[in-house]
Design a protein around this ligand. Structure first.
Ligand code: FES
Length: 567
């Protein structure tokens, strides 16, 4: 098989001369006949979770050289979850598009994808799926566990928890401030089962990472060893023409959903997996998450819902130990990037700490997956993660307290006169992909201060936005269609009775005239109306959360074919 890069480097015409001459820079003559491997690198000082990826890239380069390829560093758009405003998700599709276009535009035969912080692995996988060249992910890995006053800190989760304690008056502002320097102990991404950890593990279950690598802590030297091995593997993949479209099938997504449920992963994985599947033309639907995942036992006791952190998870055996427990639920046909079925990697995968990873016979929750709700409030679906919710709220009737925007919510939530009690249902709308571009992680609304002071720690909350993977609570989210796309969430009024029935997968408003009402004017005024740039393009083309919130013109693959000459 000829190399794709031959379209640039082979021959003795002027174009080949130009391509070779500018890239030569000391490389040997035969470099231009070897596989050219891009290392799509999201390292950035502004993405602290990924800042160490240059060292990872160096190990990948060594492996590529050793296997006879030529490694090429390709910096790509990087998204730091804590810094990028208004929300990194606004740029996921842009990062995916930019990476896809640069891979297609350049003399590249295969790519190693270096990601970590939440959106970076999904964006890179979407890009690789669309350009369809051989690709392997190296996940940057979670940070080590920091401690404060002798207690482990789960980054993200404990920020929410500690800040709620300050609001409730049970923790001093001074103590809160002191915990800040203890929160991030080392290089790496968040150490809870948040979106970054989830996406690394789910990407491995999907088959795009060498089995056993995801979850390796960022400072662990075994990550560099795996990076070296991945550099060697990508060269082999080119020889075998193992492109994403040749082995990523519905069976792979089936396994990813089983893994997502068994690890108690972030709800954000749903939009990311739907978007990746859309790029591959795999027929994955929201209902597949409930059908495949809802009966899967939750086996991993990690924050935000549980006790431990990613360092413990890795020590306890990691993803392969989890998957071995649910082996019968996996699709044995699904191949990993190694060319072997994923299940073949599970024979020697013991659990080393049954407190962190439970056996199948002693699950944390017998049915731990994400539930997909429908009803007159969410005709195209909404999600709830029962494992992160309060069991007593999974069947609930309560009166709605409606907020038309994030600003409206912040302005009124702590008003002592707000008519709200522990049984109320907080409704926040205008936060879907179009209404508040990027679909921010605001669904886990902070509770009213006056209820916190009464000891209330959870309430039913409903939103068309997302929720941080490090958050917890009885939160119905990703409501589709979103209010800004004409969804019925825009028709709810304060005082309406809302019925949540997770067992029967329903979310409804009990009001006879509900669907014939006019949308709230205040709400409509709050929707974003950007006039230029990416944000304008985004709201004109973004699809609903129920299909992955990709842009309509990015769904599918345009392949890697080199179609036009330049010089
Ligand atoms: Fe980067 Fe949490 S902020 S993974």
């Amino acid at each position: 098989m000829g190399l794709r890069s031959e379209h640039w480097y082979a021959g003795d015409d002027r174009n080949a001369y130009i391509h070779r001459a500018w890239m030569r820079r000391g490389t040997p003559d035969d470099a231009f006949t070897r596989p050219q491997i891009a290392i799509a690198n999201t390292a950035s000082d502004l993405t602290p979770c990924n800042a160490h990826l240059n060292e990872v890239a160096a190990s990948v380069s060594n492996g590529v050289y050793e296997a006879g390829g030529v490694p090429l560093n390709l910096p790509v758009v990087s998204l730091g979850e804590t810094n990028v405003r208004p929300t990194a998700m606004l740029w996921r599709n842009m990062a995916a598009m930019a990476a896809e276009e640069m891979l297609r535009a350049n003399p590249v035969d295969g790519v190693v994808l270096l990601g970590g912080c939440d959106k970076t692995i999904p964006a890179l996988l979407m890009a690789a799926a669309s350009v369809d060249i051989p690709a392997v992910v190296v996940p940057g890995g979670p940070m080590l566990t920091g401690t404060f006053r002798g207690v482990p800190l789960g980054c993200g989760t404990d920020v929410w928890r500690l800040s709620e304690e300050v609001r409730a008056g049970t923790l001093s502002q001074d103590a809160f401030a002191k915990s800040e320097s203890a929160m991030i102990r080392s290089r790496g991404h968040c150490n809870t089962m948040g979106t970054a950890s989830t996406m690394a593990l789910v990407a491995e279950a999907l088959g795009t990472i060498i089995p056993g690598v995801a979850g390796t802590p960022a400072p662990d030297s075994r990550l560099l060893e795996a990076s070296h091995g991945t550099g060697k593997l990508i060269v082999e993949l080119i020889e075998k023409d193992r492109r994403p479209s040749t082995f990523l099938t519905k069976a792979n997504f089936h396994n990813a959903i089983v893994a997502l449920a068994a690890i108690g992963g972030s709800t954000n994985a749903v939009v990311h997996l739907l978007a990746i599947a859309g790029r591959l033309g795999v027929d994955l639907t929201l209902d597949d998450f409930d059908r495949i995942g809802s009966g899967v036992p939750l086996l991993v006791d990690l924050q935000p819902a549980g006790r431990f952190l990613m360092e413990d998870f890795h020590r306890a055996g990691g993803l392969l130990a989890v998957l071995r427990e649910v082996r019968d639920l996996l699709d044995p046909e699904a191949l990993s990037v190694t060319g072997n079925p994923l299940v073949d990697h599970l024979d020697d995968a013991p659990i080393w700490d049954p407190e962190v990873i439970r056996s199948r016979t002693e699950p944390i929750i017998a049915e731990g997956g994400i539930a997909v709700l429908r009803g007159n409030l969410a005709p195209r679906g909404a999600l709830i993660k029962p494992a992160a919710a309060s069991p007593n709220l999974l069947q609930h009737r309560g009166k709605a307290v409606v907020f038309d925007s994030i600003e409206d919510f912040h302005a009124r939530i702590d008003d002592p006169d707000l008519d709200v009690d522990a049984d109320s249902v907080l409704v926040l709308r205008g936060c879907g992909p179009r209404g508040y571009p990027g679909m921010p992680e605001v669904s886990n609304m902070p509770l009213p201060k006056k209820l916190l002071e009464q000891g209330v720690r959870d309430m039913v909350r409903i939103c068309d936005g997302r929720m941080s993977g490090t958050a917890y609570g009885t939160v119905v989210l990703h409501v589709a269609p979103e209010a800004a796309a004409g969804g019925p969430l825009g028709l709810v009024r304060t005082g309406d009775v809302i019925v949540l029935d997770v067992e029967n997968r329903r979310i409804d408003v009990e009001a006879p005239d509900f669907l014939s009402r006019a949308p709230s004017e205040a709400m409509s005024k709050a929707f974003a109306t950007p006039s230029r740039g990416w944000e304008r393009l985004y709201i004109d083309h973004v699809l609903g959360a129920d299909t992955g919130a990709d842009l309509d013109f990015l769904v599918g693959s345009s392949g890697s074919e080199v179609t036009r000459e330049s010089h």
